[in-house]
Design a protein around this ligand. Structure first.
Ligand SMILES: Nc1ncnc2c1ncn2[C@@H]1O[C@H](COP(=O)(O)OP(=O)(O)OP(=O)(O)O)[C@@H](O)[C@H]1O
Ligand SMILES: [Mg+2]
Length: 670
């Protein structure tokens, strides 16, 4: 082994003859500049091959006849072990055929032992190394080319001067549905595409070959034999030989079916959009920053009075309207163009070409580009004149309606209160009529019965004095006397009820009247009675008919005593007060005569008796309503009382007390 300069080519010598090894080493050592260096020499192939990789050898000098390998096999074994490494074969003088065979199989060169001098050796070595470098570079170039051809999705082909394929890439092989590219070689477009495309391609390629000018980016639709349609972007170039002579064409085409589909989808979308905006009755238009129309729809075009779009594009309202009208439109758009702020659904009053007033609902949106500049605006304008007029009418109609409604409501209210009044009056009339009738009947009956009763009474008095008084006769006489007395009291009651309604009023002390009445009814108290007096000593005097009022008190006290058949407590209460209206229950038909703030006098008679059944309460003032047995009550007491109280414009109220018994309350103006 010998040391080598860093730039020297590293040679491995596989040679079993020590004489030849010595000779070669000597020859190379003498090369001026030391361009070569034998980094190792071995006597066997096996050892030599083992060293190739580790020694980073540039070239192998190989004797074909070695102890472990002979002849051409030596070369092929070495070549397989180190593909691409230049090998120079050393042969004997009579072995030139074997050497040529090795060169044919890829040996860099051969040298006949004893047939070369240092100069030939060096030249051969250099030539072999250069050839090896050149071949490696070529192989790399080919690799690049093949990688490109086989991996690019674009379709690439090379054709001869008769437009027959001489090379196609993998993408085109796939399109032709071939197993291998070679299957296409020698065939033309007509073998794969429909006749129309094949003919057109031939024409194009001929032109390229004739003119030497490329055909760039032609969009074509190719139809394959199976009917598949492919949109392509094709470029065709003249194919030249080394001398520059045109020998065919080569081309690349990119499939753009997807782009084409998108394009047509876009186109139909655009058409649809056009159709929509042209059929919308609203005016739609696009203006640039200077107020020139760029685009509009059919409605707007008609409004401007134009026939074609070209009459509008680039023009302004000043081209269509008198200057003063055009200025209104122009000025209305300025704020949006200047501020870049949209206006949405704004109602505006405008004037058309003929000076007619128009109401419009406007939406103006600025057209702002990516750089943030306002390049114009889109406007949508809807004519709402009719709507506005209808709204106006509706408002007026509504106002009228509201007024009529008020009137109807107040008329209804008036009607309602009139109806209520009428009903009250009617009820009063019925009541009055009823009472009058009963009064007349009572008076008639009383008058007819009064005289016979007087005769009966006189007869009884006479018989009591003159007839012999045996016991039986006395009892019968007593019963007769009682019956006449009862009949007389009924007659008196009837007469009281029907008596002319005239009062003889004078100021009376109600406390005294009550005390007198109590004395008169004392006889009725049978049992344990307690009388409680809660009489206000300062009770103001009241202008009343004293006789009628004592009749009232007698009746009320009698009723109270009758209700307590086993005795009880009778309370007589009088007091005066001012009406506040709060929490006061002013009952009775004359309640309207009492007003808040008025001074009133009240009389209350409470008992602890059985009270009035709730369902009977509304009836107790009716004439002849009684719950008492015959002979005990006629049912006229409260009817007379009510008549008298009404004549005094007072009120009477009967209610049950929560504990037991009833309370009668009389109320008069003080
Ligand atoms: N203080 C009272 N407690 C319970 N019931 C009463 C009271 N006052 C009146 N009533 C009921 O009212 C009815 C009618 O009373 P009203 O004074 O008109 O007639 P009367 O007492 O039955 O007969 P008369 O004609 O003799 O008075 C009575 O029968 C009785 O049922
Ligand atoms: Mg009574």
């Amino acid at each position: 082994m010998s040391t080598a300069s860093p730039t020297a080519s590293r040679i491995l010598l596989i040679e079993d003859s020590p004489g030849d090894v010595l000779l070669l080493r000597k020859m190379l050592a003498e090369v001026p500049g030391g361009g070569f260096c034998i980094v190792a020499d071995t006597g066997t192939l096996e050892r030599g091959l083992a060293l190739i990789a580790s020694l980073e050898v540039d070239l192998v000098l190989l004797d074909l006849n070695l102890p472990d390998s002979r002849g051409i096999d030596t070369f092929t074994t070495a070549q397989d072990a180190a593909p691409g490494l230049p090998i120079i074969v050393l042969t004997g003088q009579d072995d030139s055929e074997l050497a040529l065979h090795a060169v044919h199989l890829g040996a860099g060169e051969y040298l006949e032992k004893g047939g070369f001098d240092p100069r030939l050796l060096v030249r051969t070595l250099r030539y072999a190394l250069e050839r090896s470098h050149y071949q490696q570079a070529l192989a790399r170039e080919r690799e690049f080319f093949t990688t490109l051809l086989d991996n690019i999705p674009d379709r690439i082909y090379f054709k001869d001067d008769r437009s027959r394929f001489i090379r196609i890439n993998r993408a085109l092989t796939r399109l032709f549905q071939l197993e291998r590219p070679e299957e296409a070689y020698g065939r033309s477009d007509a073998d794969f595409y429909d006749a129309e495309h094949a003919a057109q391609a031939r024409v194009d390629e001929k032109l390229v070959m004739e003119t030497g000018e490329p055909l760039l980016n032609k969009v074509e639709c190719e139809t394959l034999h199976d009917g598949t349609r492919v949109w392509s972007l094709t470029t065709k170039l003249p194919l030249r030989d080394r001398k520059g002579i045109i020998i065919g064409t080569c081309g690349i085409s990119r499939e753009i079916s997807q782009i084409k589909e998108m394009e047509s989808a876009l186109e139909s979308e655009r058409n649809l959009l056009r159709a929509v905006i042209d059929n919308v009755p609203d005016h739609i238009f696009l203006k640039d920053a200077e107020g020139r129309y760029l685009l509009d729809n059919a409605a707007h075009m008609r409004w401007l009075g134009a026939q074609r779009r070209s009459e509008i594009v680039g023009r302004t309202p000043f081209d269509f309207f008198p200057p003063e009208v055009a200025k209104i439109y122009h000025d209305a758009d300025l704020p949006v163009l200047q501020s870049g702020k949209p206006v949405v659904n704004r109602e505006e009053k405008t004037v058309d070409t003929y000076g007619n007033i128009e109401w419009a609902l406007l939406t103006k949106v600025p057209w702002i580009t990516e750089d943030g500049q306002v390049h114009g605006m889109v406007c949508v304008k809807r004519n709402i004149t009719e709507q506005k007029l209808a709204e106006e009418h509706l408002r007026e109609a509504n106002a009228e309606l509201a007024q009529s409604r008020e009137e109807v409501l107040s008329a209804m209210n008036r009607l309602q209160s009139a109806h209520t009044e009428l009903r009250e009056v009617q009820l009063q009339l019925i009541e009055a009529e009823k009472m009058k009738l009963i009064g007349r009947l009572a008076a008639g009956v009383a008058h007819e019965v009064k005289n016979p009763l007087a005769i009966l009474k006189m007869g009884l008095d006479f018989l009591k004095q003159s007839a012999p008084a045996d016991d039986n006769t006395a009892v019968i006489m007593k019963e007769m006397e009682d019956a006449v007395h009862r009949a007389d009291s009924v007659i008196r009651g009837l007469l009281d009820f029907s008596r002319p309604k005239q009062l003889e009023k004078k100021k009376v002390n109600l406390n005294a009247l009550l005390e007198d009445a109590l004395k008169l009814v004392k006889v009725e108290m049978k049992g344990a009675f307690e009388v409680v007096r809660e009489l206000d000593p300062k009770l103001p005097q009241v202008a009343l008919d004293a006789d009628k009022m004592s009749h009232v008190f007698v009746n009320l006290l009698t009723n109270a005593i009758h209700a307590m058949d086993k005795g009880g407590t009778l309370t007589m209460r009088t007091y005066a007060k001012q009406l506040t209206g709060v929490g006061e229950n002013i009952a009775g038909s004359a309640s309207e005569s009492f007003r808040v703030g008025q001074s009133i006098v009240l009389v209350e008679i409470d008992d602890t008796g059985h009270g009035v059944p709730e369902d009977k309460l509304p009836k107790i003032f009716e004439p002849f309503f009684t719950t008492k047995p015959t002979g005990k009550g006629t049912g006229l007491g409260l009817a007379v009382v009510k008549t008298i109280i009404d004549l005094h414009s007072g009120t009477i109220d009967v209610r049950n007390l929560p504990e037991a018994g009833a309370r009668v309350t009389l109320m008069f103006q003080a």
